[in-house]
Design a binder for this molecule. Structure first.
Ligand SMILES: [Zn+2]
Length: 267
């Protein structure tokens, strides 16, 4: 019999909570560790659609990349969107675990998968985690950067990004014939890595989305910036996480939400 605690323990090791940012809310957030689980669903975000899928499919545990609840919560009522989601999931007996920034930064986390998928070499974190002497997080941290095996034009980097993320459209700052030798990546909304990436010698940062002013800063400093969408830069990670969980827990039925989608339409 596998319980919520068994899966939470695996996730705590796979994406150690000490890798999470200090503002984050990660780990088992809702539920009963001792309850038996037969079905697990991963998703990027708990939305009305993904929550209903979990309830319809009698899921015991949702592993959501984005935490719910995220902020300190004083009441759970159906009068707010998050309150309604929590109330409905709790009534249906669904536990919630979120690895969020711990998964972004983990050894087999989203950013590591991005740099591997884009073929980067000599990879290192943009901001290393400071836990001196702790082997579980040594060499890890937020974001990743590395060098391309051979220099590519920015246009060629875009082609590679689109192919890996399976997207047709994205936004870019910088001349398409610019030569890119080193690339930094940070999934989701991570414009704060623009300056650190430049200081590390990267000609380009790939992230999901940023503020307009970050795009202006990229242009002014001559750093290429690729915005591939928050959803696209993270959703593939929760599909990979479902694969990891399936390998670790063969008796369970585990899948990535089939009802969640990017709320932004890309044309
Ligand atoms: Zn995100």
């Amino acid at each position: 019999m596998l319980t919520v605690a068994h899966i939470a323990a695996f996730l705590d090791q796979f994406a150690p909570p000490k890798l999470a940012e200090s503002w984050d809310n990660v780990g088992l957030l809702v539920g009963d560790p001792l309850v038996t689980v037969e079905r697990v669903m991963t998703c990027l975000t708990v939305t009305p659609e993904s929550a209903q899928e979990a309830i319809d499919e009698q899921v015991g545990l949702i592993v959501t990349h984005h935490p719910l609840p995220f902020q300190a919560t004083k009441r759970i009522t159906t009068e707010t969107v998050d309150g309604r989601l929590l109330w409905n999931l709790i009534r249906a007996g669904v536990s919630i675990y979120s690895p969020h920034t711990a998964f972004d930064s983990a050894r087999a986390g989203i950013n590591q998968r991005l740099v591997t998928g884009l073929g980067l070499l000599d990879v290192a974190p943009i901001t290393p985690t400071v836990h001196v002497g702790d082997p579980t997080v040594t060499g890890l941290g937020a974001g990743r950067y590395g060098r391309l095996a051979e220099p590519l034009s920015l246009a060629e980097v875009l082609t590679r990004v689109k192919a890996f993320l399976k997207i047709d459209t994205l936004q870019v700052v910088g001349p398409l014939d610019r030569t890119i030798r080193s690339l930094a990546v940070a999934c989701g909304s991570a414009g704060e890595f623009l300056t650190p990436a430049r200081k590390l010698g990267c000609e380009c940062l790939l992230t999901g989305e940023t503020r307009f002013h970050t795009s202006l800063e990229a242009e002014a400093t001559g750093t290429a910036l690729i915005l591939a969408g928050h959803y696209a830069t993270e959703r593939f990670g929760v599909e990979a996480l479902a694969d990891e969980l399936r390998q670790a827990f063969p008796p369970l039925r585990i899948w990535a939400s089939e009802r969640e989608r990017d709320p932004l339409q890309w044309h």
